[in-house]
Design a protein around this ligand. Structure first.
Ligand code: AKG
Length: 281
């Protein structure tokens, strides 16, 4: 893991200003093998209908579906990396297993932030981070990540094109000619090795290439809130609402208890809004 070296300032700056960074070789081989095994079991239980609903992204299986993901949430090397980057009291809220099957279409351009109604969403520090663990080496051939640098802080023409209301049509790939599936001149590929960690600001515009190979391309995305205690109460109220999972044991909940976002105030949760307003310039 290269975060231990003096490169952490460079990595921090990249995350804040470009909107993403890569920390190499963070998952050890035994964890990678266990994650591969369990995600392929979960994938084999998916119905045809579930697959069709998510043709563009690939599977969207909640990480509350298996205990192993609670281990990943508190994986020591990851907590150490977050700490080194200055995120000393991060909280964790959710995540998905996203697997692109063989010969599947690209993932459409999108950003994942839902708190655009609050002014803090228009400032440099991240409200929410994605931590992505790819379980295989990725490249443009098998559906690696693509991003538009700086688009978490600066408006891009895609912000005007992306229809919050038609996400289901994009997911089902009703029209592959839609601009949300296009290649843009300022996009960059983020190919990684299995076990690397991609950290990104949830406001960043991102997509993935199609998977043209015969193998699954699986990523596990986990959502953290690096400055949870500093967020406005309406945001904390939204993030801190109760979660449930029949698959997680008391031991699993206990394991992540330090990272559980708790909100005990009276403020109403902020209204969900996935579209940035004109303040994003
Ligand atoms: O499948 C990928 O490479 C990216 C997944 C993604 O966009 C997400 O987790 O928000």
């Amino acid at each position: 893991m290269d975060i231990k070296t003096d490169r952490y300032k460079e990595i921090y700056d990249k995350l804040i200003w470009d909107g993403f960074c890569v920390i190499k070789n963070i998952l050890q081989e035994d964890m990678l093998s266990r994650l591969r095994l369990i995600t392929s079991e979960l994938l084999s239980q998916q119905t045809e209908q579930e697959r069709a609903a998510h043709r563009s992204s690939g599977s969207m299986i909640s990480v509350y579906s298996h205990s192993i993901f609670s281990e990943l949430v508190v994986y020591p090397q990851v907590l150490q990396a977050l700490d080194t980057l200055g995120f000393i009291r991060p909280k964790w809220s959710s995540g998905y297993v996203i697997s692109k099957p063989p010969k599947s279409p690209p993932l459409f351009w999108h950003q994942d932030w839902w708190g655009w109604n609050d002014p803090c969403s228009y400032t440099p520090l991240p409200q929410q981070l994605f931590l992505m663990y790819y379980l295989v080496d990725t490249s443009p051939d098998n559906g690696c990540l693509r991003i538009i640098k700086g688009s978490h802080l600066k408006r891009h023409k895609l912000h005007d094109i992306l229809p919050a209301a038609h996400a289901a049509e994009l997911q089902q790939v009703k029209d592959i000619e839609h601009p949300a599936f296009r290649i843009y001149p300022d996009e960059i590929d983020v190919p990684v090795n299995a076990g690397d960690l991609v950290i990104g600001d949830s406001r960043l515009l991102h997509a993935s290439h199609s998977n043209q190979t015969e193998e699954d391309r699986t990523v596990i995305t986990l959502w953290y809130h690096p400055y949870y205690d500093l967020l406005p109460s309406a945001m904390r109220a939204h993030i801190g609402r109760l979660r449930q999972s029949n698959m997680w044991t008391d031991e699993d909940w206990e394991r992540i208890s330090e990272l559980t976002p708790v909100y005990n105030g009276e403020t109403e949760p902020i209204k969900w809004n996935r579209s940035p307003g004109p303040d994003l310039i």
